[in-house]
Design a protein around this ligand. Sequence first.
Ligand SMILES: Cc1cc2nc3c(=O)[nH]c(=O)nc-3n(C[C@H](O)[C@H](O)[C@H](O)COP(=O)(O)OP(=O)(O)OC[C@H]3O[C@@H](n4cnc5c(N)ncnc54)[C@H](O)[C@@H]3O)c2cc1C
Length: 503
Amino acid sequence: LSRYDLLIIGGGINGLGIAADASARGLSVLLVEKDDFGGGTTSASSRLIHGGLRYLQYGEIGLVRESLRERGLLARQRPHLVRPIELLIPTFRGVPPPGWIIGIGLSLYDLLARDPLFARSRPFSMGEVLRREPGLTREDLRGGYLYGDGQISFPERLCVELMRETLAAGGEALNHTRVAALRKQNGRVTGADLRDELTGREWQVEAELTINAAGPWVDAVNRLLPAPPPRLIGGTWGTHLVLPPRPEGPRGPLYAAARKDRRPFFLLPWDGRLLVGTTDVPFEGDPDRLAVQEWEVEYLLSETNRLFPGCRYSVTDVQFTTIGIRPLPASAKTAGAITRRHFVVDHSRLHGSGGLASVVGGKLTTYRSLAEEAVDRALRILGRPPVPCPTRLMESSPAVHELEREAASLARRVGVPDEAAPRLARLYGRRAAEVLERIGDRPELGRPLAPSCPALLAEVAHAIEQERARTVEDILCRRLMLLPPPEGAAEAVHRVWPESGAG
Ligand SMILES: Cc1cc2nc3c(=O)[nH]c(=O)nc-3n(C[C@H](O)[C@H](O)[C@H](O)COP(=O)(O)OP(=O)(O)OC[C@H]3O[C@@H](n4cnc5c(N)ncnc54)[C@H](O)[C@@H]3O)c2cc1C
């Protein structure tokens, strides 16, 4: 029977953030994830690292300040994944909120941010708006505002980085491993029964403290206890569409109010495509049974076509959809008004069950500060002396163009065309060298995965040997970030990795 200081349930951004922080602070850690790292809510987000301009409307100044600070840290520590962007907010006659309110909100946002990496906001005349977005509807258009925020191209890759940081600091992280039961002794949670979902192997582990970081599944995990605590999560679900870019469509990121229900939604150029989202609907059921509704697709397509009438997107243009549940605290408020703040709930205070804490809420943007708070709390619960949090002080990374230059010079040395370098630098950061060095020993790994596919066979070997990918989908969708995988990619994985069978 293995024994750990901390058992973390859930390998999304929050669980992995906690695992990396806790192992760096000297705790023995096991993280388990029932599917793949980052495959839950984390991969269904709008992929923004943002201060949360909208939260100002609900007076959440503290949350905005925290999010803006985290945005700056992330963009400096992981610039290959997080980049500053400028979003346009077009304003329309008769559509609230009026331009002057947006202007006041943005001035406050600038004041709270004071970060030279991100552009300050500025008002735009109608002419300036149309020069930037010539395809935008002119109907009732008045002008707009431009403001700076951040975009994370692949939160899935951030999860992989945190998983590797956990392992490097002596922790353990297992994907495709489900907590099937929580073990309790003398009123304390003492560990869990685990099941490997791919091999069927079952075993038990003991932990001094279990942290339930299962996002929207937090209540389902707590229901594994003989006397479950009251419901903690009152999530809302959100859907995104991924569409092909069109010349008549948006040229840059856009944040607008939907005509139908006045809800804000984003149009975001992303990975050569257009990401459109999202809906925000209260969710009560089983998170594993969530499915995109027809009305959501129609709503998002019609709002996009209304803003950019030349696009004429239809259902057949949708390349794929994502859906996820915001793991918000249970609340009687309307979906948009529920706080986006996070809480770490110590169950010994909640219902007298020691040895267990649950993470409620949290955004992608604030995973690091959530992890800091959770580990500070864990040290107190475990009765250990405080240890300073290392992630706040993590050094800045070289800029992306430097990473690209390094990758290009190494690519040349191993006979790979320079064009592969920008992608490798953006996906792997400083670790692009680990991928390219494999090609030195096995030149055949320098070939692309499939015709006209940007990924190299070396990345498959790297995903399996260094990044704990265990299925073909893990490799293609959450390591190589081929969304959706191009034709022939799965077959190529089978050739590099015959043991994968049917995957
Ligand atoms: C539509 C939408 C848009 C969003 N946009 C943004 C955005 O732009 N910016 C931002 O900052 N935030 C955004 N968010 C919020 C953000 O995505 C989430 O708050 C965050 O990803 C939650 O991460 P998590 O680790 O808590 O949960 P998850 O990523 O869901 O991870 C929990 C994991 O627990 C695992 N699990 C469940 N049960 C078990 C079990 N029994 N055993 C083992 N593992 C288990 C699940 O498989 C899952 O992978 C958005 C959310 C949604 C839904």
